[in-house]
Ligand binder design. Structure first.
Ligand code: GLN
Length: 460
């Protein structure tokens, strides 16, 4: 723990961490040491881990990347944080993220990172002029730079998979409902899911085994599926595994480097005994408008709690109550968050609900059905995580639509609630992007995390 704390401070320039509490960290580490010495080791005893600052924690601030929650101290720990601590993991600190997990580059964070005196972006350790991806950008950067052996992330529309891909690490978003959302600051409740980000599928399997499990009293959408030891089947043979390759994931807009790396990885899977099966996910393109209606709709509702009364920021100067609400929210929410609240309230409003929200819900179901149809002929689906490698800091920061379009390959699995992962498969070769990591996405049917991790592990 001390080693990783030192290393994290030495690399504060990356902007990955937003809060530390050395005393709390070292106390947890000593408790783990004591258990090990007493022969009572728990599965993750002494493993240092850092949490995306979207999980609430008692020992660290809980800000969700927002000025609204600057300095906010939660009275309780998120279930996922709790479960990892109970398994023996030692919390190193909290990691930067896009404000309320809305974003793809981590540039939407409002926070001043630890060790900085003013706002600074999270930097991709492979090229510090590039974004780490988002919204779990701090998590990906920290693991890639070895500031932490592992981190938690959350994925609503790709926020574990895309930063994992951009930073050359491994990440898995389990089936919607497998990990409890209790204590995760809500963005889009029907999509939000927690998962681990680490160096390998094996590490992810160990962490995910501790994170999952039903939580019926605290998250009514948590699945009634028992926790599982995901490490058990890691070494199983993948001889005969049918990997579906969706033609829609390999069309126009996919960069040559990403295509080449994913193709090479698919060849390697064939060499390992898997069979490639061409499949179609015909509504892939529609996942962008559908997601960017449903997610903002849910966000506009979830964020109504930030009213300056219950917790968080309150405007210092205000008139009556309505004016206090307005000033508080105008001051403390960032541009992207405001944009989504406006889109969300619009698509939910009388007269537009049927045309937008309801329509989006119907197409969401069709997207989920398309996957079920595809899974009749394959066991897993493989394709790119994102159309390109990590882009330059600032390159798309004034162009929300360009950010949204880059989510095209992660959104379908999110809308269907399927488990998905990103594994590093190569590096860009063209002169401008040379050496930047490329990830491949693996998608499985509901509760098939073990199979995903097995396929990823055999590849690695
Ligand atoms: N990039 C997507 C968005 O901005 C996904 C974010 C996420 O998964 N939290 O909403």
């Amino acid at each position: 723990a001390q080693h990783f704390l030192d290393r994290s401070h030495a690399h504060a320039d990356l902007g990955a961490f937003v809060d530390f509490n050395h005393e709390a960290t070292l106390a947890q580490a000593r408790a783990a040491d004591a258990r090990i010495a007493a022969g009572q080791a728990r599965p993750l005893d002494g493993v240092p881990i850092a949490h995306k600052d979207i999980f609430v924690t008692r020992d660290f601030v809980s800000t969700a990347g927002s000025r609204m929650l600057k300095g906010y101290q939660s009275p309780f720990d998120a279930t996922v944080v709790n479960k990892l601590a109970e398994a023996g993991a030692v919390t190193l600190g909290k990691l930067n993220c896009d404000e309320f997990a809305m974003g793809s580059s981590n540039e939407n964070s409002a926070l001043v990172p630890s060790g900085h005196s003013s706002w600074a972006p999270v930097r991709n350790p492979w090229d510090t002029q590039r974004i780490p991806g988002g919204s779990s950008g701090g998590s990906a950067a920290a693991v890639a730079a070895r500031l932490a052996p592992a981190a938690t992330g959350t994925d609503t529309g790709g926020s574990i998979r895309q930063p994992a891909s951009f930073c050359g690490i491994t990440g898995i978003k389990p089936t919607y409902g497998r990990a409890s959302r209790y204590g995760m600051v809500a963005f889009a409740s029907s999509l939000d899911q927690a998962g681990p980000m680490a160096r390998s599928a094996q590490d992810c399997a160990m962490l995910l085994s501790a994170m999952c499990g039903p939580d019926p009293d605290r998250d009514s959408t948590s699945l009634d599926v028992a926790a599982e030891d995901f490490t058990r089947s890691l070494d199983d043979s993948i001889e005969g595994l049918r990997i579906g390759v969706p033609q829609e994931f390999f069309g126009e807009g996919l960069s040559d480097d990403v295509r080449a790396s994913v193709d090479a990885a698919l060849k390697q899977y064939e060499a390992l005994g898997a069979k490639l099966v061409p499949i179609s996910l015909p509504r892939t393109e529609l996942s962008i408008p559908v997601y960017y209606i449903i997610a903002p709709a849910e966000a506009s509702s979830n964020l109504s709690r930030f009213d300056g009364v219950k917790f968080g920021h309150r405007a210092a100067q205000h008139g009556d109550l309505a004016d206090m609400y307005k000033k508080t929210r105008a001051e403390a929410f960032g541009d992207e968050v405001k944009r989504r609240i406006m889109i969300g309230t619009y698509v939910l409003s009388h007269g537009y609900y049927d045309a937008y929200y309801l329509q989006a819900q119907k197409i969401r179901r069709m997207i989920a059905d398309d996957f079920q149809n595809a899974f009749k002929s394959c066991d897993l689906i493989a394709g790119p995580v994102a159309p390109t490698v990590a882009w330059k800091l600032g390159e798309k920061s004034n162009d929300p639509v360009a950010n949204y379009l880059a989510d095209i390959f992660t959104l379908p699995g999110s809308l269907a609630g399927l488990p998905g992962m990103s594994i590093p498969v190569g590096f860009a070769a063209n002169a401008a992007d040379k050496g930047l990591p490329i990830g491949m996405q693996l998608l499985g049917n509901y509760c098939q995390e073990a199979r995903l991790l097995n396929a990823a592990h055999r590849f690695q």
